[in-house]
Design a protein around this ligand. Structure first.
Ligand code: ADP
Ligand code: MG
Length: 872
């Protein structure tokens, strides 16, 4: 327990898995934790200490579940053979597992990157900018990003780390701006000591890690604010991977030098947009299924799957990059045979990016090596199949350069390793026969023991002239020579007596003894030799870390592009023309997700914005008519176009876009403890501050969270502002009054969703038409939804009385009014101050008798000019 407490004290923030024989045991608070979280049985040692344990071979599964719940785990192993121990066996913490530092295949989702991030705020106060260092230990990717203060949450959300490091505060509290990130993004927070962030040490840590003299080569000055978080991250990785190693040994060879990413190469997508466009997961369930990512995911390899997510979250703003991708997509779309061949090669490619990571931290398995060999074996045929295709030249060139170094490694692995390797080295059988004399001998002894014994028996029997002489084996006494009593006189001196039976004697010879020793140790010698060979081969592979990394990147890209080609072919996507002018021209566009779900039942629509079509479209129409679907569809097509993918449409021209903004009603969801309306206005403020004439903005039902008049006024003013900014804007609204904006503004267009009336019913046809609607068909929709007939009838009657004062008069007035705020407000004020309301307001309910009430109502009705409504 003293030893245990020592390790526990070194890793107080971890659940400590303490190896005891065949079990990992947890004690004290840790035992209670695993009891609660994993349902393990709690026992007590004689000393009264709570304890719980798991069999060592099942530990991974339990560790995975703990990590899934946000816990950290330290694994303390026995590092000495218990037979050699004098007293307590030596132990050491061999691994620290945290959500952001995983490398084991069983603990990771192959389709999702597992990012660890470290943040540092570059100025004091709440208004500061930040530097974020992001790495993925499993693949070695390492990027530094500078982020403006108001985009920190957006950026962290896009990066999607599972764990975020921040500088520990004096009182150990979580700073509010860090807590805000966690609440929005849902990552685990890890406080780190201040010194791990300090500039002077930071430089040292990075120089040692990357084995360089200066960091200038990475574009990092000695006083660069990015040094802090970069080093804090590296140090944390080293600490978790090599808890006991010296600084020199703790280097992570596969971690790539940090790449400084200025971020201005991408279309900005903020947190709200990422969520509301359901780019990587749906809002309702939070699952990938139903998201854009899911709809366009066609990658074959794990690396391609992860890269696709990145491309969707980081669309390109550089036309040449987009077009280069498009050319490649077109090749795969058009050339069926090529696409098929390439796909077949991809299905043989394993997750080499992560295999390299496991090799680097010494957690690779035999199957990883074989998988690596097989994957690298595709370079040759893959390079051959895409060579001479101009659009694929960049990738063909890379593969060509990798042919030699990696082809050799692939051949070596293939030559040395069995096609069907064991899961663990201890099972033996990773290496082929005939590749290593020592291994062959060890295995030969095991295998050929029978033949040797038979031959030995024959020789002895001949030389001693004892025909019945037998050589045998028994578990207790080992190998022996058995001679019946009748013949014992012929036994030579070289035989030593071992055992006497009823009618025979058993002997041993020095020769047989040697053989016995060899055979019994052969098994462990073979395993030992395989281990050595494995380490050598891992070292060979490890030496190619950088080139394998290049291969992984190249395959990931080709795979996504091939997937885009397949997508275009399967779902009839077209190549969008990318232009510099801020326009959108989509013919017969479809919503990528609903298009696949509804297939033929999905109704395509055109969208034209910018240039002479006006840049602000106001979309009105009844509930459920398809407004939200339509405006999201446009945003998604714009986004897809910037990834290099083709788009679901018959034809599309998309102008380069700097940001995509969406403000889409988050229904009544509570967010960060703010009210829906507050969230809505915060997001709107962000849009108004940052949208440009190069942006695409999608606004859905703005102003719902407040009173009608407030909402309408805000929606109106916001529409005017957006018009002024000149972003390509789609604004779906239930405020029909807004449509008058188009009357005297050329840049504003009205669209409506057509519905067909069918007697008393309506039918949705999901077609977007120019012009406005005057009717919202709310009552029809309520009827469709099954609201009782009597309520519907009453609503209809009320609608008739109200219509008189609103739309007709309102529209006439608004159309005449100059677009000054005061005038527009006047329009609503008039409506609000109908005399009937004044009468109602004057009523003092406490002083009203039922008879008086009746009189008042009669008076109100009279003033409405409709004395017979509801008179009965
Ligand atoms: P609104 O925002 O006008 O209330 P939605 O866009 O939410 O309407 O659409 C409601 C439903 O109508 C969608 O869930 C979808 O099933 C269907 N829908 C919308 N647009 C289309 C379309 N273009 N083709 C076919 N069905 C559609
Ligand atoms: Mg809607």
């Amino acid at each position: 327990m003293r030893q245990y407490r020592r390790f526990k004290a070194q890793h107080p923030e971890c659940v400590l898995f303490f190896r005891m024989g065949d079990f990992y045991e947890m004690f004290d608070e840790d035992a209670k934790t695993v009891h609660e979280v994993l349902g393990l049985t709690l026992t007590q040692r004689s000393t009264g200490i709570p304890m719980a344990g798991v069999p060592h071979h099942a530990a991974e599964n339990y560790i995975a579940r703990l990590l899934g719940q946000g816990y950290r785990v330290a694994v303390c192993d026995q590092i000495q053979d218990p037979k050699d121990a004098k007293g307590v066996v030596d132990r050491a913490v061999t691994r620290v597992l945290t959500p952001g530092t995983l490398v084991d295949e069983s603990l990771l989702d192959e389709a999702a990157s597992n990012h660890l991030a470290a943040i540092a705020f570059t100025e004091a106060g709440d208004d500061s900018a930040a530097v974020i260092a992001v790495a993925e230990l499993s693949t070695g990717h390492f990027v530094l990003r500078d982020v403006r203060a108001d985009q920190i949450i957006d950026e962290v959300a896009r990066l999607g780390p599972t764990e975020l490091l921040y500088v520990e505060t004096a009182d150990r509290s979580v700073p509010p701006r860090v807590a805000a990130i966690r609440d929005a993004v849902g990552c685990v927070l890890t406080a780190r000591p201040t010194w791990t962030y300090r500039q002077a040490e930071a430089r040292e840590v990075l120089i040692r890690q990357f084995n360089v003299h200066s960091l200038a080569g990475f574009g990092l000055e000695d006083d660069d604010p990015a040094l802090g978080p970069a080093a804090a991250l590296v140090y944390y990785l080293q600490e978790t991977q090599h808890p006991d190693a010296s600084d020199e040994d703790a280097r992570l060879a596969h971690l790539r030098p940090p790449r400084r990413d200025p971020g201005d190469r991408y279309v900005t997508i903020d947190h709200a947009t990422l969520r509301s466009l359901e780019i990587e997961r749906t809002m309702r369930s939070g699952d990938t299924a139903g998201s854009l990512l899911d709809a366009v995911q066609n990658a074959r390899t794990a690396m391609g799957k992860r890269l696709l997510r990145e491309w969707l979250c980081y669309p390109q703003r550089d036309r040449s990059v987009i077009e280069a991708r498009q050319h490649a997509v077109e090749v795969f779309r058009a050339d069926d045979a090529l696409a098929t061949t390439v796909s077949e090669h991809f299905s043989a490619i394993h997750d080499v990016a992560r295999i390299v990571g496991r090799l680097a931290v010494g957690r690779a398995f035999p199957r990883d090596l074989v998988a690596l060999g097989r994957s690298l074996g595709t370079i040759e045929p893959l390079a051959d199949s895409i060579t001479d295709i101009p659009a694929l030249a960049p990738w063909a060139t890379t593969l060509d350069e990798l042919r030699e170094p990696l082809g050799e490694l692939a051949a070596t692995i293939d030559r040395l390793c069995d096609d069907d390797p064991p899961a663990h080295l201890r099972e033996g059988g990773l290496f082929r026969d005939g590749i290593d004399a020592e291994l062959d001998e060890a295995r030969g002894l095991q295998r050929d023991a029978g033949a040797w014994l038979a031959e030995y028996q024959q020789t002895l029997s001949d030389t001693t002239q004892i025909p019945s002489l037998k050589v045998g084996f028994n578990k207790v006494f080992g190998y022996y020579i058995e001679v019946t009593h009748t013949h014992t006189s012929k036994v030579p001196d070289t035989f030593t007596r071992k055992q006497t039976l009823k009618n025979a004697e058993r002997y041993i010879t020095p020769e047989l003894k040697t053989f016995e020793d060899k055979v019994t140790t052969a098994d462990s010698r073979a395993i030992e030799r395989e281990k050595q060979l494995f380490e050598n081969l891992c070292a060979d592979a490890h030496a190619e870390t950088t080139t394998i990394g290049l291969f992984a990147d190249c395959i990931a890209e080709l795979d996504v592009l091939r997937g885009f080609g397949e997508l275009a072919r399967m779902h009839r996507y077209v190549r969008p023309t990318i232009v510099d002018e801020p326009i959108i021209d989509i013919q017969q566009g479809r919503h990528p997700v609903l298009d696949q779900r509804l297939a033929d039942r999905f109704v395509p629509n055109d969208s034209e914005l910018g240039e002479n079509h006006g840049h602000l479209a106001l979309i009105t129409g009844p509930n459920m008519a398809g407004k939200s679907t339509y405006i999201r569809q446009v945003a998604l097509i714009v986004l897809l176009a910037h990834t290099g993918s083709f788009v679901p449409a018959d034809r599309a021209t998309i102008g380069l876009t700097d940001r995509i903004f969406t403000r889409i009603g988050a229904s009544d969801e509570l967010h960060l403890g703010q009210s829906t309306f507050m969230v809505e206005m915060t997001e709107m403020a962000n849009i108004l501050h940052h949208a440009t004439d190069r942006s695409v903005v999608v606004l859905d039902e703005l102003g719902r969270g407040t009173s009608t008049l407030d909402g309408l006024s805000l929606a109106w003013a916001i529409a005017e502002s957006m018009d002024g900014i000149g972003s390509r804007t789609l604004f779906a609204t239930h405020y029909h009054e807004l449509t008058t904006l188009a009357d005297d503004r050329d840049s504003v267009r009205n669209l409506h969703v057509a519905v067909r009336e069918w007697g008393d019913d309506i039918v949705f046809v999901y077609r977007i038409m120019p012009g406005r609607t005057d009717r919202s068909y709310g009552i029809h929709v309520a009827q469709l939804a099954g609201v009782p007939r009597s309520t519907i009838d009453r609503a209809k009657a009320l609608l008739d009385t109200l219509t008189v004062q609103t739309s007709e008069e309102g529209r006439r007035r608004a159309a005449q009014s100059a677009p000054t705020a005061a005038d527009q407000l006047d329009l609503f004020t008039t409506y609000a101050e109908h005399p009937a309301l004044a009468t109602l307001r004057s009523i003092d309910l406490n002083a009203l008798t039922p008879l008086d009430a009746f009189d008042k109502i009669r008076a109100v009705l009279a003033s409405l000019d409709r004395p017979d409504t509801d008179a009965e």
